[in-house]
Design a protein around this ligand. Structure first.
Ligand code: 5GP
Length: 126
């Protein structure tokens, strides 16, 4: 099933970006915001998001400027460094669409670390 690529301006991360609901900020620059995940899966679990309105990576790939794309990857690297992850290793991932169980329809990169993260891909539910 195809999922909706229309950006919902009331999604939770859009509301965080507008300051309507709080977040535990880790890093911010002109193009990106990074904050701790509300339900962390590891001792470090940060979400890095572009400030622009992009549903997911496909939308970002199609519409974002080169500067925005570079800024997102740079922000991910900065967050890893701020959290002292390069020494021990860490995982970045982005859930895109239905099969990946994307819950929040605003592009976000998970930065996860500070424990053994096990294998890469889980089993299907059910
Ligand atoms: P997804 O499944 O879309 O890749 O991940 C969404 C992530 O957003 C989940 O890890 C979830 O815990 C996190 N999340 C959902 N709502 C909030 C919120 O209001 N604040 C923060 N900081 N994280 C949230």
């Amino acid at each position: 099933m195809a999922y909706d690529m229309t950006y919902d301006p009331n999604n939770i991360f859009a509301r965080i970006l507008r300051g309507e609901i709080p977040c535990d900020k880790v890093y911010e620059d002109e193009n990106c915001l990074a904050f701790n995940d509300i339900a962390p899966k590891a001792p470090v679990h940060v979400l890095v998001i572009p400030k622009g309105a992009y549903v997911n990576l496909d939308d970002f790939h199609a519409k974002a400027s080169d500067a925005e794309i570079a800024a997102l990857i740079r922000a991910v690297g900065t967050v890893a460094k701020l959290k002292d992850l390069p020494a021990t290793g860490y995982r970045i991932l982005s859930n895109n669409g239905e099969d990946a169980h994307q819950e929040v329809p605003h592009l976000h990169i998970h930065v996860i670390g500070k424990r053994d993260l096990g294998g890469m891909v889980g089993k299907p539910k059910g």
